[in-house]
Design a protein around this ligand. Structure first.
Ligand SMILES: [Zn+2]
Length: 277
């Protein structure tokens, strides 16, 4: 009688199939979880981007704060249009988590949140889109890039009161911001940078990214950046916040969240002051 052949395979631990989670889904999991039960947060994917690698969705969430006094203020928050700048995307997730705990911080607002404006680039960790474009040079120039067309229709349809874009710069040692649009933008950027500079230093150079700057504020900008439709008035406030990308990412995220919360509270003050005049 021959012995039963031993089968080492029987004693091998079965390998569990590893759950493959895309970087985008990993980022958004906490928001999807909140959206499942929160009365304030709605998950509303904003259209699909098709290419030879398949189809990606433009993530979009709406956060509705408690009612304020007057017209609901519509603010668009945009991150990761450069796919290799993840701090802004993570900061928007943190902001929503914070607002969900304390919705009064968003009283009077409807926030339109686009945490990943360049989904292919975010998945691949590249600045450019999968079609090889710097999407932040393609706005309002009849671009054929699907991400840009989707975002332009959002900017057109929602006629935001304010537009805030988050970026990270590997050539800067400190925080800074670009301002344009409504003149009251100036009233928002200074307190925002002040709040954020509790966490990371401000870039004090007279020249930043090739533009003249004072106290970390630049009043010019590149052509083709994500902004309000050119002919449509009245102009919203437009702010681009930049963190130094070589700083620890957690600090960049905290600096963004501090700046964004400050802008929300300052803008509400400006609007209610104007309404009382
Ligand atoms: Zn950027």
């Amino acid at each position: 009688m021959s012995p039963i052949p031993s089968s080492p395979a029987l004693f091998r631990r079965p390998t569990l199939p590893s759950r493959t989670v895309s970087p985008i889904q990993e980022l958004l999991d906490p928001l999807d979880e909140i959206a499942r039960w929160s009365p304030n947060l709605i998950r509303k994917p904003g259209g699909t981007i098709d290419d030879e690698n398949g189809s990606l969705t433009l993530p979009r969430y709406l956060f509705l704060g408690p009612q304020g006094g007057g017209e609901t203020l519509r603010i668009g928050l945009f991150a990761a249009i450069h796919g290799d700048e993840p701090a802004g995307a993570h900061a928007l997730v943190k902001l929503i988590q914070e607002l969900d705990r304390s919705p009064d911080l968003a009283a009077g607002y409807c926030l339109f949140v686009y945490p990943v404006c360049n989904p292919g680039g975010f998945e691949d960790g590249t600045r450019h889109s999968r079609r090889g474009k710097d999407l932040n040079r393609e706005f309002w120039v009849d671009s054929r890039e699907p991400e840009v067309r989707l975002l332009q229709s959002e900017l057109w349809a929602h006629a935001f009161h304010g537009i805030i874009s988050l970026h990270s710069d590997d050539t800067s040692d400190g925080l800074y911001g670009f301002v344009s649009g409504a003149t009251l933008t100036e009233l928002l950027i200074e307190p925002a940078l002040k709040a954020a500079s509790q966490i990371l230093p401000r870039n004090a150079s007279a020249l930043i990214d090739g533009f003249s700057a004072s106290d970390g504020i630049i009043r010019e900008g590149y052509q083709g950046i994500l902004r309000a439709p050119p002919q449509k008035g009245p102009h919203p406030f437009e702010i681009i916040l930049e963190t130094p990308s070589k700083a620890p990412q957690l600090l960049q995220e905290r600096a963004f969240v501090a700046a964004l919360q400050t802008i929300l509270s300052e803008y509400r003050k400006v609007i209610s002051y104007a309404a009382d005049l």
